[in-house]
Design a protein around this ligand. Structure first.
Ligand code: UDP
Ligand code: MG
Length: 325
């Protein structure tokens, strides 16, 4: 059996294979509908030869349901973690285990409509290496999530050192060459959307309407969203650190001006009681310092985590009995 690499131009495109990676955390309500939609998709997409479910430490019946699903369908695989390691780790595990020429990552809750995948495959066949889904609309998400997402993607795009597309989530198709790059990265706190943009090659966006969650509940509360956003900033931008320096320079300048005012008032013999202004200054500078420390702490924490070099996930079960970690 000769081994073909994805960039081997002699390898005819028609024989190329596609896999789908799906991170799953407490999605028991969603799984039957998901299986149904995937079977539909396989019927119309002959390239689709592999589906990898990654059970990210679910506490409901997801694992049992997935085992049944995988048993019944050839080409479907299940990897299960020893505990909850987070969606990024789950996607990474799936990507690392994938054997196909291209991999699509999508959510289990059908918010990423599987109908978009054939369009992604078309673009891939035209030579694009990464086809990332761009959310044109987000139905069924509350205003706070929409607003924070809007601000976050735009702020990250402005501040990051590489070009990270706006409003692009994890739903994307990646050619094997990109998959290989991502599989080999050793980052603990990974932000796959950023890393897949960082990998380069030929990238294109494909607009789609993000559907509401069909069933079940979101796994992301505000603090998990914040923590993913922080990983994105720490991973792709030093701008927050530079911002602290700029803030410092600004406060020094304001302080000098204020010192002059205080001095002039003293020389003029005006004795201001001064308690209010004193409190304002103390509170303001105290907050600025604490926030700055917090920003630095995020970078230091990431350094510490990276330095420990622990595996990003632990596989407890693999339907193929291949344990990579
Ligand atoms: N997910 C996961 N591990 C987690 C949280 C979420 O594997 O710790 C999966 C989840 O099952 C879903 C996808 O990641 O397939 C997106 O999660 P969710 O729909 O809860 O996020 P939202 O769409 O609300 O941002
Ligand atoms: Mg969702």
């Amino acid at each position: 059996m000769p081994i073909f690499f994805a960039d081997n131009q002699n390898h005819p495109m028609t024989e190329k294979t596609l896999g789908i990676v799906i991170p799953v955390h407490n999605e028991q309500e969603m799984l039957p509908a998901l299986a149904e939609r995937l079977r539909h998709l396989s019927a119309e997409l002959p390239e689709l030869t592999e589906v990898i479910f990654v059970d990210d430490g679910s506490r409901d019946a997801s694992f049992a349901l997935l085992r049944e699903m995988v048993d019944r369908q050839t080409g479907w695989r299940l990897i299960s973690f020893s505990r909850n390691f987070g969606q990024q780790a789950a996607m990474l595990a799936g990507i690392q285990h994938a054997t196909t020429d291209a991999v699509v990552v999508m959510d289990a809750d059908l918010q990423d409509p599987p109908e978009v995948i054939p369009k992604m495959v078309d673009l891939w066949r035209q030579g694009w290496d990464v086809v990332y889904g761009v959310r044109r609309s987000r139905d069924g998400e509350n205003w706070l999530k929409k607003l924070t997402a809007r601000v976050f993607y735009r702020l990250l795009a402005r501040m990051s050192e590489i070009e990270i597309p706006i409003d692009a989530g994890d739903f994307r198709l990646m050619d094997r060459k990109v998959v290989l790059v991502l599989s080999q990265l050793g980052e603990q706190r990974c932000y796959l959307r950023g890393l897949s943009a960082w990998a380069g090659f030929q990238q294109i966006g494909l607009e789609f309407d993000r559907a509401p969650r069909a069933d079940g509940a979101t796994n992301y509360n505000f603090s998990r969203m914040m923590s993913l956003s922080i990983d994105a900033f720490v991973g792709f931008s030093s701008a927050p650190l530079r911002l602290i320096t700029r803030l410092g320079i600004l406060t020094v300048m304001v302080s000098i001006l204020y010192c002059l005012v205080v001095l002039i008032l003293w020389l003029a013999g005006i004795n201001v009681p001064g308690w209010t202004s004193m409190m304002l200054v103390i509170l303001f500078l105290g907050s600025v310092q604490l926030i700055s420390l917090g920003v630095i702490e995020e970078y230091v924490a990431t350094l510490t985590i990276e330095a420990k070099g622990r595996p990003r996930f632990i596989v407890a079960y693999d339907s193929d009995k291949i344990i990579l970690n």
